[in-house]
Design a protein around this ligand. Structure first.
Ligand SMILES: *Cc1c(COP(=O)(O)O)cnc(C)c1O
Length: 396
């Protein structure tokens, strides 16, 4: 059977994959089953942060595969302890919990919020359990993540949603102020909205949320699943605003292609989870940790995060120049660093397909934005090529 037929016969139709079967990757490029290569600025949706088959990542994972893959959290493993240490050193005083995906990391944040709400109400459950999120946010597909994602296309068919979510407007502090109360356990936002179309939360807005949360004893939680791990030029995107987080979630780029999620919880709240209150069988196993260590090794040794903002500025200037010639087709450049979006004046599906045909893989964000997510290891030549391909496609 051909892959297309296997998909039609044996896989549930919850995805609508592009007509492309990938077989191999190296650096910023992937190859399809006909031997054609593509510049991969999809990066597995911001996951392949070191590009494909980075030699150090491959070596670390290969070595760990033949040493110890999984033993569960009934026992300690040094790699998990050391990974937590490295992340805490970047995030600030606090503690880590590891899991296996983004939505699962957000579930852990939502459970943390409930525990904080109970503490806030003097030990009483079911009083302060509200979580305020932003319109157009995306926080995942499980019941918690879905309830935190105020979008019809995500929630349709699955109602009733989990109770206790309120929706403010990104960069409109007054809209959050109106909602926050004694019943609020937490505010959860993305510093740069990934799926929602690459809107960037302004530093002033994030500082305002910090003050609101302090006033009402609510946790300020960030979803760093897409914008974290250096993609915007800081290890965590909320750090651009210089605000303190109470907790945040990670996944996508964390282990460079190995499924892994995590939450960081600030020191004052790190005692909310106690033995038995949360857990996962696979979370933080030695193999996943070895992959994440390899990501941090390369980010650090190649100074990829330190140099990102300057490199991204050159690239974004080239993109800006390219799109300026097509005001009838392109609205604006969005995002931050290597989390970049091109907002079109209409639907993007045809343009995404045309870019693919010209050899550039991208990801739609919402209906009108094309996301360009180069690996952090991308060369300047590949960045320049992406702008050239975009120019060719827009000119058609
Ligand atoms: C991808 C994503 C998620 C969900 O992660 P999964 O690993 O797909 O469950 C949650 N929040 C944000 C911001 C994301 O980009």
């Amino acid at each position: 059977m051909k892959t297309t037929e296997l998909y039609e016969t044996y896989l549930l139709s919850n995805y609508a994959p592009a007509p492309l079967t990938l077989v191999r990757g190296e650096g910023s490029r992937v190859w399809d089953d006909a031997g054609r290569s593509y510049l991969d600025f999809c990066s597995g949706i911001a996951v392949d942060i070191l590009g494909h088959t980075h030699p150090h990542w491959v070596k670390s994972v290969q070595q760990q595969v033949s040493t110890l893959v999984h033993a569960s959290n009934l026992f300690r493993n040094e790699l998990q302890g050391k990974l937590a240490q490295r992340l805490v050193e970047k995030a600030g005083p606090g503690k880590m919990l590891f899991c296996n995906s983004g939505t699962e990391a957000n579930e852990a944040l939502l459970k943390l919020a409930r525990l904080h709400g109970r503490r806030k109400s003097g030990g009483q459950e079911g009083v302060a359990y509200q979580v305020i999120v932003a319109a157009k946010a995306f926080h995942g597909r499980t019941f918690g993540g879905m309830a935190a994602t105020p979008q019809d296309k995500i929630q349709n068919g699955f109602r009733p949603m989990l109770d206790g979510f309120a929706v403010g407007t990104l960069n409109d502090l007054a809209s959050f102020e109106k909602l926050i109360s004694d019943q609020t356990a937490a505010v959860l936002v993305e510093a740069v909205q990934g799926e929602g179309g690459l809107a960037v939360a302004s530093p002033d807005f994030l500082r305002g949320l910090r003050a609101l949360c302090d006033k009402h004893n609510a946790l300020l939680m960030f979803d760093e699943i897409q914008c974290g791990m250096g993609r915007t030029g800081k290890y965590f995107a909320f750090q651009h605003a210089g605000v303190r987080a109470d907790a945040f979630s990670l996944a996508k780029g964390l282990a460079g292609g190995f499924p892994m999620g995590a939450i960081w919880v600030g020191a004052p709240h790190a005692d909310l989870f106690t033995p038995g209150s949360h857990g996962t069988t696979f979370g933080g196993n030695p193999l996943a940790c070895s992959a994440a260590h390899a990501v941090l090794d390369v980010l650090e040794s190649e100074k990829l995060v330190e140099n990102l903002s300057a490199r991204a500025a050159t690239w974004r200037a080239a993109l800006q120049e390219t799109i300026a010639a097509f005001p009838q087709k392109v609205k604006e450049l969005r995002g931050l660093g290597f989390l970049t979006g091109i907002a079109l004046t209409g639907p993007v599906a045809d343009t995404v397909a045309a870019l693919r045909e010209e050899g550039l893989l991208t990801v739609p964000a919402g209906d009108n934005v094309i996301r360009l997510l180069p690996p952090l290891t991308v060369s300047d030549a590949d960045l320049a090529e992406s702008a050239a391909i975009l120019g060719r496609v827009l000119a058609k």
